[in-house]
Design a protein around this ligand. Structure first.
Ligand code: ATP
Ligand code: MG
Length: 354
């Protein structure tokens, strides 16, 4: 193990130099073979690339490799991971110079593409023209911008990103992959930068064509799901986007719930005259069965109410459930349903007027 020629690379080195925490640590191994790593009890995990988990730390170790474009899209690469591939070659296939710095065991930095200079100048710059070979990189640059808002995209990189968007390369990505990037961007500290960078290179259409005009949108703090639900979309736009990106149901539901019932729900404290409208919203949100859905919308619309007045929905739920028609009502089917509904709205009216 001691003889392995390995280097810390990628985001871990970048983040350490920036003094920020890094989610994971990636290593590259030079001059070794798959058989040697397996003999040292590394576990192979990469399907497309020779990537392994360290037997103790479980961190990712990849054999140094080069990639050549073979087919279309994000995965169409011919890989060479033979022991002759050098560290410099491996760093040369990476997306940005700030992600192409390596650190050896002694702490010495290896920086053949001037990533350190770009780090201190706060610039996202591609390592080589091969940047255009993987359209995912356009979204990655936007994601880094959402995480590091004081960085700017180098003009030459901007030009490449634009040419990739114009050539329709982004369309070769899968819906799931693009959605993953959107979800991450919405969870990042500065999501508006993601939309700005993509907007600047024409990268929002066709995947996110409904979101091309967000310049004035202010992202509130909140989870990725909550920020998605706050996007200024019509119902038709939401449905179009959800279908194209195969967005997970819980995201779409929260957004739709806000669109449909947001007006009345956020008008808390409710007036008695809103009883019918509120009752409609509450039943559509299944309050009588389960309060999870209404709680999620209220946490989005009125976190202040949830924090201060959280019990009010519980009261309403219990009150509404307790309302029953007299035993001898003699009604059935829709007449019964309608009578119960009227009785419950009357109860709610009284409750709100109290
Ligand atoms: P994060 O902080 O999100 O983990 P990261 O830069 O570490 O960011 P990873 O996806 O963990 O990103 O990848 C590790 C490294 O591998 C990157 O820093 C970069 O050098 C390289 N890399 C990853 N994906 C690509 C890609 N699509 N094209 C080129 N290089 C890539
Ligand atoms: Mg990483």
């Amino acid at each position: 193990m001691q003889d392995l020629d390995c280097y810390l690379v990628g985001g871990a080195v970048r983040d350490e130099l920036l003094g920020r925490p890094s989610p994971d640590r990636d290593w590259v191994v030079v001059g070794a073979t798959e058989a040697e790593l397996l003999a040292l009890d590394f576990m192979r995990v990469g399907k497309d690339f020779p990537v392994f988990l360290h037997p103790q730390t479980k961190e990712e170790y990849a054999l140094a490799r080069t990639e050549r474009k073979r087919g279309q899209g994000h995965r169409g690469f011919a890989i060479d991971a033979s022991p002759e591939v050098t560290l410099e070659q491996d760093l040369g296939r990476r997306d940005l110079t700030i992600n192409a710095i390596a650190k050896d065991r002694t702490g010495q930095l290896i920086d053949p593409y001037n990533g350190l200079r770009d780090l201190s100048d706060r610039i996202f710059r591609h390592v080589s023209e091969a940047f255009t070979e993987d359209p995912l990189r356009v979204f990655r640059v936007a994601r880094f911008a959402a995480q590091l808002p004081d960085f700017k995209v180098a003009e030459e990189t901007q030009t490449l990103m634009r040419s990739m968007a114009v050539a329709g390369e982004l369309q070769t990505l899968s819906a799931e992959r693009v959605w993953q990037e959107v979800a991450k961007a919405l969870g990042a500290p500065h999501p508006h930068r993601w939309f700005e960078v993509l907007g600047d290179c024409g990268g929002l259409a066709p995947w996110l064509e409904e979101l091309q005009h967000l310049a004035a949108h202010r992202f509130y703090s909140g989870s990725s799901e909550q920020r998605f639900a706050q996007l200024p979309l019509s119902m038709a736009e939401l449905e179009g986007l959800a279908k194209r990106l195969r967005i997970p149901k819980h995201y779409v539901q929260l957004a739709a719930d806000r669109l449909l019932y947001g007006a009345v729900l956020s008008a808390y404290p409710w007036r008695a005259s809103q009883a019918a409208e509120l009752y409609h919203a509450l039943t559509e949100l299944q309050l009588l069965h389960d309060s999870a859905r209404i709680n999620r919308v209220m946490a989005l619309l009125r976190p202040d109410v949830v924090a201060k007045d959280g019990a009010v929905l519980k009261d309403i739920r219990q009150g509404l459930r307790a309302v029953q028609l007299p035993a001898d009502h003699g009604m059935s089917g829709s007449a019964y349903g309608e009578a119960l509904k009227q009785l419950r709205i009357t109860w709610l009216h009284r409750y709100l007027a109290r």
